[in-house]
Design a protein around this ligand. Structure first.
Ligand SMILES: [Zn+2]
Length: 316
């Protein structure tokens, strides 16, 4: 099962206690996957999903919120790879009340109109905003596998609704954005911390932990890689320096002999020649009296300068 599906399964288990939140979540379902179908007895509300747990959740929200028992119709799809479709249907006798109370319909002076934005009267409290977000994500959301990328989005058929949903997420101080898609628009989050925050608020605690685990593993890996790269770079630098020093000393030896050097430099030259790969600090400990790393470095630099002078035909 994909990370997205797992998260949805978890969210379908979230227990909602307050009526205000139940109504907000149901409203998000109606706005996200609801459609009106006109029949002989009037208009019915259809909420359509491929996820059985989502259908069950909508069913129980209708019951506990409005004491209405919707009908659930299953559309079997036999084509390979196609999932069955579940319709939760609110009959005409209850449709108008529920549509008004969940803010899809609004009463105006000219009669009842369709409201194309998130109904603000349902999301005044933060508990209800979180419930609305949960419904919106369960209705048309997707979440990419954190091992691959960080991306959470909710599909919206209309730009006006997408913008109002985006504003709702931004109200929670999360960096949501709207983008056009081939079919409609999406409200999305790309920031891993923001996604973790949303998962926590809508009640997907298992998904949150899983995502945090991936984030930590990724960080550790990145840091380890960085450290490894850093070690290699340092090693190369050291190796380059010591090769240069050994070459310089060998040149001096061939040209004038190490005994021509002042005593302290001659000693350093011999020690370096015998220990071409030894770090400076350890070289310092081989000299008596011992030298600091920077003193060793200083003497080796001197030897390189002498070699350069000799190469240019100069004297010691
Ligand atoms: Zn609430």
């Amino acid at each position: 099962m994909s990370f997205s599906s797992e998260t949805k399964q978890e969210l379908c288990q979230v227990i909602v206690e307050k009526d205000c939140c139940k109504k907000a979540e149901l409203a998000a379902f109606i706005h996200g996957i609801g459609s009106l179908r006109i029949g002989r007895g009037g208009s019915s509300v259809y909420m359509t999903t491929e996820i059985p747990a989502v259908a069950r959740r909508i069913f129980s929200l209708c019951k506990s919120c409005f004491a209405v028992t919707p009908e659930v119709r299953t559309q079997i799809r036999k084509q390979l790879g196609k999932k069955n479709i579940y319709h939760v249907v609110i009959k005409p006798e209850n449709a108008q009340t529920i549509l008004l109370e969940t803010g899809l319909f609004k009463e105006t002076e000219e009669g009842i109109r369709i409201n194309r934005t998130v109904p603000l009267f349902l999301v005044r409290k933060s508990c209800c905003r979180h419930a609305y977000m949960r419904g919106a994500f369960l209705a048309t959301g997707t979440l990419s596998d954190p091992g691959k990328s960080y991306h959470m989005e909710v599909n919206c058929p209309e730009e006006e609704y997408a913008k109002s949903l985006c504003a709702l997420v931004q109200k929670m101080e999360l960096p949501a954005k709207v983008a056009p898609r081939r079919e409609g628009f999406v409200v999305y989050l790309k920031d891993s911390e923001a996604i973790v925050e949303v998962l926590g608020r809508i009640g997907a605690h298992k998904a949150l932990l899983e995502m945090e685990n991936v984030r930590i593993t990724k960080n550790v890996k990145n840091n380890a890689n960085r450290a490894a790269n850093c070690d290699t770079a340092n090693l190369e630098k050291t190796m380059n320096a010591s090769t240069r020093q050994v070459e310089a000393i060998a040149y001096i030896q061939a040209k004038v002999g190490l005994s021509a050097l002042p005593g302290h430099l001659g000693e350093m030259a011999r020690i370096r020649l015998e220990n071409p790969e030894t770090p400076l600090k350890e070289l310092g400990e081989m000299v008596s009296p011992p030298l600091s790393k920077s003193a060793v470095n200083h003497r080796l630099k001197k030897l390189e300068e002498i070699a350069q002078r000799l190469q240019k035909g100069g004297r010691l």
